[in-house]
Write a protein that binds this ligand. Structure first.
Ligand SMILES: NC(=O)c1ccc[n+]([C@@H]2O[C@H](COP(=O)([O-])OP(=O)(O)OC[C@H]3O[C@@H](n4cnc5c(N)ncnc54)[C@H](O)[C@@H]3O)[C@@H](O)[C@H]2O)c1
Length: 251
């Protein structure tokens, strides 16, 4: 028996990186997956990869920072299935820079996707998750929500807020048998981080601080998301799982 057999899942920001890895993992465990991304071509490419493997996948173009896009995204799910079993709030971005030079426009851009988008998706997805009777909402934050690093301060603030939001939602949504958990990746090589992690000095410094002495992979993140999505975590809500090779366990 597959771990997500007959379940319906939606992953935001699933056109690339960690979200794409989660979409693949969920589909391989039997879920019908909605692959949502602001980049519609990337979403369609992932959905085609999945269908090419004989999985059920539908691409949706949706910018989580736009209310009307999120409304249309859930309307598409509702008209196809009238319920959603697993919802992953994965879309996120960063604009690196020294905090003292942070422009209002950059702050709004980071916040609108990383926090406002997560709030909107968690709120507007509620009815479909409730209709599932066993909903699982997974919010992708970051270990940076608990740590400081130069040029990541604004990003860190949004990710810390996502972890706090998750705890509140876990309490509010529990009466509807919807579990809400945070997945906090450590450093994973994707388009978001690639340029920085390919810098040998930065890369060495980060790996030196990681007890398991490597970066994470999208598969590592997808395995953790699968745990939260499946009934193996049926008694876990409001939790935050750092998938970081032990980085935040050390000094
Ligand atoms: N890569 C890491 O090391 C790392 C570490 C900690 C947390 N994270 C978090 O993991 C999540 C995924 O990151 P990633 O590394 O895979 O990044 P990525 O840049 O590889 O992929 C992000 C995807 O999100 C999409 N996206 C961006 N803005 C969007 C919007 N407004 N609406 C819908 N989709 C949007 C992009 O088009 C892209 O397909 C993010 O929330 C990120 O903050 C990543």
């Amino acid at each position: 028996m597959q771990r997500l057999e007959a379940l319906i899942a939606l992953v935001t920001g699933a056109g690339n990186g960690i979200g794409r890895g989660i979409a693949h993992r969920f589909a391989s465990e039997g879920a019908a997956v909605f692959v949502a991304d602001v980049d519609g071509a990337a979403a369609e490419a992932v959905a085609q990869e999945l269908r090419g493997e004989g999985r059920s996948a539908t691409a949706l173009t949706a910018d989580v920072s736009r209310g009307q896009d999120v409304t249309a995204m859930f309307r598409a799910v509702a008209s196809a299935h009238a319920r959603l079993d697993v919802l992953v709030n994965n879309a996120g971005l960063n604009v690196r820079g020294d905090f003292r030079h942070l422009s209002d426009a950059d702050w709004v851009k980071i916040r609108e996707v990383n926090l406002d988008g997560v709030v909107r998706v968690a709120r507007d997805g509620f009815e479909l998750l409730r209709a599932s009777g066993r909903g699982s909402l997974v919010n992708v934050a970051s270990i940076m929500g608990h740590r400081g690093l130069r040029q990541l301060t604004a990003y860190s603030a949004t990710k810390g807020a996502v972890a706090a939001l998750t705890r509140g939602l876990a309490v509010e949504y529990a009466p509807f048998n919807i579990r809400v958990n945070t997945l906090s990746p450590g450093f994973v090589e994707t388009a978001l981080t690639g340029r920085v992690l390919r810098n040998p000095l930065v890369s060495k410094a980060l790996i030196d601080q990681t007890p398991l002495r490597r970066f994470g992979t999208v598969e590592d993140m997808a395995n953790a998301a699968l745990f939260f999505a499946s009934d193996e975590s049926a008694f876990i809500t409001g939790a935050e799982l750092a998938v970081d090779g032990g980085m935040t366990a050390g000094l």
